[in-house]
Design a protein around this ligand. Structure first.
Ligand SMILES: [Zn+2]
Ligand SMILES: [Zn+2]
Length: 200
């Protein structure tokens, strides 16, 4: 697996770009509003995003209708309040995937929800508890921006297996898989990615 050879897609799977543009209803979404989001996606070198507004799946669904026009991937999603936690629900290929967002306390809802990944970092900082949760549940560690402003989009990203995606499967790649492959630390993995993106 090597993202430099194009085998991984780069996604920001935790974003609030509509809320950040004061859009609160699907009817307020226009081609222009999505165009502004896509412009930032391209600037940050993203293949796709999930739109995960708070407890509202309808905004992401409406936004996703424009993705094909712009040649990008927009997955519908939402950020759900779950006890003391926030869970991202993301829809891909007709299935729902669940990512535990910014964990700050242990996650105890073992039977109610099956997590597909856990965030260990975002624009807001690092979440050391994620390592323990990932270990216990054998799930990937990922990062996303949690951007509430458009300019913050794509500053932290997740990786999705390209070959699986082309087969119609959504497989998140554990960041530890990438660091092992590249024999580097998480920080140097990300600084490499941003250097590549900036054309250095
Ligand atoms: Zn949250
Ligand atoms: Zn959020």
């Amino acid at each position: 697996m090597n993202y430099r050879n194009g085998c991984a897609l780069r996604f920001d799977l935790h974003t609030h770009p509509l809320e950040g543009s004061c859009i609160t209803k699907p009817s307020q979404i226009t081609r222009d509003s999505i165009g502004r989001i896509v412009k930032m996606m391209k600037k940050r070198g993203l293949d796709g995003i999930a739109i995960t507004e708070h407890n509202d799946f309808s905004l992401g669904c409406e936004a996703a209708k424009y993705a094909e026009d712009f040649g990008v991937i927009i997955l519908p999603g939402e950020e759900i309040d779950w006890g003391n936690h926030h869970i991202l629900r993301i829809s891909a290929f007709g299935k729902d995937y669940y990512i535990l967002a910014h964990p700050r306390t242990p996650f105890e809802y073992t039977n109610q929800v099956k997590l597909d990944a856990v965030e260990f970092g975002s624009n807001r900082g690092k979440f050391p508890l994620a390592y323990q949760i990932a270990e216990e549940r054998n799930i990937p560690l990922v990062q996303n921006s949690d951007a509430h402003l458009l300019c913050d989009l794509g500053l932290h990203t997740s990786f999705v297996d390209l070959e699986a995606y082309l087969r119609g499967e959504f497989r998140l790649i554990d960041v530890r898989e990438l660091t092992k492959y590249h024999h580097c630390s998480i920080d140097s993995l990300y600084s490499n990615i941003y250097a590549t993106q900036l054309g250095h």
